[in-house]
Design a protein around this ligand. Structure first.
Ligand SMILES: [Zn+2]
Length: 248
């Protein structure tokens, strides 16, 4: 790996040795990248200040010799914080838990390091910006992010036409295995009949109709969150740990 520069969102940081950190970022052009930030834990080091989860940073990466622990990892030697989204997120429990679930989801959907995932990156930047500004309820921002993440990764759920035969909606039954709403003829074991309001909410979140989403009653929001969670878990095969802590 040669020298390259990219901007990205810090997904996680891990301690390395006495003073260093391994930083995991979702970058605009290089997908998920891990890099070693040297000396960032020394108190006098200005370098790396702000390289915390949720930060949007411009980073220069370069490969170094074999003295590194984890020698395949590049170093990041220059950073500039573009937007410290964490400032508007970590001080609020609901925002923090929603944001943490977003970071974890983004990491799960970008399992191959270095493989560009620009749509996932853009979704994450937009969702963290919205979350840090408190523009909508945190769990609505999270559910919109999860639905759109599923969509850009090829798992777009259907909330209108039958996911199996395509007959026009509205369709009442919902099945995670079938890929969204299904008609009475296509109904499969395990399908449920959600309220039409919950289905309309999920459709609004997927398409960005915030006027509709913000006006929804709490019980329909909770019901919709349950469907999103079930759908996401089905596709990721195992549950996201951080989703358990999101206040519904
Ligand atoms: Zn059908």
């Amino acid at each position: 790996m040669s020298l390259f520069r990219d901007d990205g969102i810090v997904l996680r940081t891990q301690k390395l040795g006495e003073a260093d950190r391994i930083i995991t970022l979702l970058t605009r052009g290089h997908g998920r990248v891990r890099a070693v930030a040297r000396g960032v834990r020394r108190t006098k080091s200005k370098f790396g200040a702000g390289l915390e989860p949720f930060s949007h940073a411009d980073v220069q990466f370069f490969a170094r010799g074999s003295e590194l622990i984890g020698r395949s990892l590049p170093l990041c030697n220059q950073t500039q914080i573009i937007a410290p989204y964490g400032n508007g997120i970590v001080t609020d429990y609901a925002r923090y838990t929603a944001g943490t679930a977003m970071l974890e989801t983004a990491e799960r959907f970008t399992e191959n390091e270095g493989e560009p995932a620009v749509q996932q990156y853009l979704l994450l930047v937009g969702a963290l910006r919205t979350l840090s500004r408190g523009e909508h309820e945190p769990h609505l921002i999270l559910d919109a992010f999860l639905l759109r993440s599923l969509a850009v990764n090829g798992y777009a759920p259907s909330f209108d036409d039958c996911a199996k035969c395509g007959i026009h909606g509205p369709n009442r039954h919902f099945s995670v295995a079938a890929g969204g709403v299904i008609c009475g003829d296509c109904r499969v074991p395990g399908s449920v009949v959600p309220s039409s309001e919950a289905i309309a909410l999920l459709s609004a979140l997927l398409t960005g109709d915030w006027g509709h989403a913000d006006a929804c009653e709490a019980r329909h929001v909770r019901e919709g969150s349950g469907l999103v969670s079930a759908y996401l878990h089905w596709h990721l095969e195992r549950g996201l740990r951080s989703l358990r802590y999101v206040e519904k």
